[in-house]
Design a protein around this ligand. Structure first.
Ligand code: SF4
Length: 455
């Protein structure tokens, strides 16, 4: 069994990135009548990768099942970033193991970030080679680990979950090596797709009548830095915007790569949505340095001010880690200060959990879990206060809402998103899924808005 190696994975060599054409011969007769069950954990990148896996499996005859029981293959697309995702994957594997004891022919495939971690790696198949590997392994018990590090695979086809909003990968991997993060090891070095291929994909989505696309990358605004003569992210965004899809978004950006040019493109292009996810991680420059984030508290605030000055309507969300090793009460108070200053529209907050093999795992940590939990509680109270205040500003306003489907809040409601990425439960628009509808906001809650469609 060939396992991935984190030591090797961190080496960034000069070897040219290979651009591979993944045109795959489809033959639905190969596994006709067989069923697959796919479970996805983690970020949008994983959700989008699962759209690819579906296409690969259905291209060779598999049909999707909504349960593991009775399936021929179980595919787990995993996430290694957060501890709870780890726990969920192991919980799921327990169920899969039980199912395999009933059905010994069941194939269990694990892909995604966790599958690249030696500490958790057991039975793994890589994504784009899945059909071939399946062909070779279907009746064997071999375990094979494949890494796509170093490559960019083009001409991939997806079975997209939505006919309204689509994800478009523009780059893979990350070279930032924030000290707590496993992604540069599991996803490999930064590899940007060629802009012409991205633009072709966006043009196709426009022809297919998609209303919204989101450009995806672990460090999306570092796009092009690894390719000589390639467009910058701001230039790419401008060209994507010119194709004319109603809504263009991107995620996730790093403050260090957020250029003035990029701010100008967002400010000047009406179809580039005024919603920016700007991960802070900590408000203490000392902790930011330990995290390897490449910006100080002051630089972050300067960037925030610049964005707000040029795009006053922008909503800004963030990620914050509480209890990074060595974080003192004073450091934590600085984080609260930045939250008080930026008054984020929303924030994803987490207690630090060490990822095996990262530098932060080796840092001394004198803070108890109880203290960290108490800090998280204080932070969440503040974050929720500002989320509600930000949402309350929408009350009485008329917003353009892209209706994406039924709402969980009631049979007569649908839900959708404002340009600024606020979730709205809408009355009076059940027949208008896929449209951008004018909605009067009637009530603000901490995490959503209620509104009525204006006919
Ligand atoms: S920029 Fe993001 S993906 Fe890259 S190392 Fe830092 S946290 Fe991880």
């Amino acid at each position: 069994m060939k396992l991935p190696n984190l030591e090797k994975a961190k080496i960034r060599n000069e070897k040219e990135v290979e651009y591979i054409d993944a045109t795959i011969k489809k033959d639905v007769s190969l596994f006709r009548g067989k069923k697959y069950f796919l479970k996805t954990y983690g970020c949008q990148m994983n959700v989008h990768d699962s759209e690819l896996i579906k296409n690969l499996l259905e291209g060779i005859g598999f049909l999707e099942s909504d349960k593991m029981e009775g399936s021929d293959i179980v595919v787990l697309n995993t996430c290694a970033i957060r501890e709870n995702a780890h726990d969920k994957v192991f919980g799921f594997l327990g169920r899969a193991k039980h199912e395999k004891s009933i059905n010994p022919n069941l194939i269990i495939c694990i892909c995604g970030c966790m599958a690249q971690e030696p500490s958790v790696c057991e039975e793994i198949l890589s994504c784009h080679k899945l059909p071939n590997l399946l062909m070779n392994k279907i009746n064997k018990t071999d375990i094979e680990v494949e890494s796509i590090e170093g490559n960019v695979v083009e001409n991939l086809e997806y079975i997209r979950d939505s006919k309204i909003s689509a994800w478009v990968n523009i780059m893979y991997g990350c070279d930032k090596f924030c000290t707590y993060c496993i992604v540069p090891y599991t996803r490999g070095k930064q590899r940007s797709r060629k802009s012409e291929k991205i633009l072709e994909e966006v043009e196709k989505l426009k022809r297919e009548n998609y209303k919204e696309i989101t450009l995806l990358g672990q460090n999306v605004n570092a796009y092009g830095k690894d390719l000589e003569g390639e467009l910058s992210f701001a230039e790419l965004l401008e060209k994507v915007s010119d194709i004319g899809i109603e809504r263009v978004r991107f995620v996730t950006s790093h403050p260090w790569d957020f250029t003035d040019e990029l701010i100008d493109v967002i400010a000047s292009k009406p179809n580039v949505m005024p919603y920016i996810h700007l991960p802070l991680q900590s408000g203490s420059s000392r902790i930011l340095k330990l995290m390897g984030r490449r910006y100080t508290k002051e630089e972050y605030i300067k960037l925030y001010d610049k964005i707000k000055k040029k795009i006053p309507a922008a909503s800004i969300s963030t990620d914050i880690i509480v209890g990074f090793p060595g974080e003192s009460e004073e450091d934590f108070r600085e984080t609260l200060e930045v939250v008080d200053y930026c008054k984020y529209d929303s924030a994803f907050t987490f207690i630090f959990s060490p990822r095996v093999g990262t530098p932060a795992e080796r840092l001394k940590d004198g803070t108890t879990l109880k203290e960290k939990e108490e800090r998280l509680k204080r932070l969440n109270e503040l974050v929720n206060k500002y989320s509600l205040l930000a949402n309350q500003k929408y009350e009485g306003k008329i917003e353009d809402v892209l209706i994406i489907g039924p709402s969980e809040k009631g049979a007569d409601l649908v839900c959708g998103y404002t340009e600024t990425m606020k979730l709205v439960n809408v009355l009076g628009a059940t027949s208008r899924v896929g449209e951008i509808v004018k909605v009067k906001i009637t009530e603000a809650k901490s995490f959503s808005l209620n509104g009525e469609a204006i006919l």
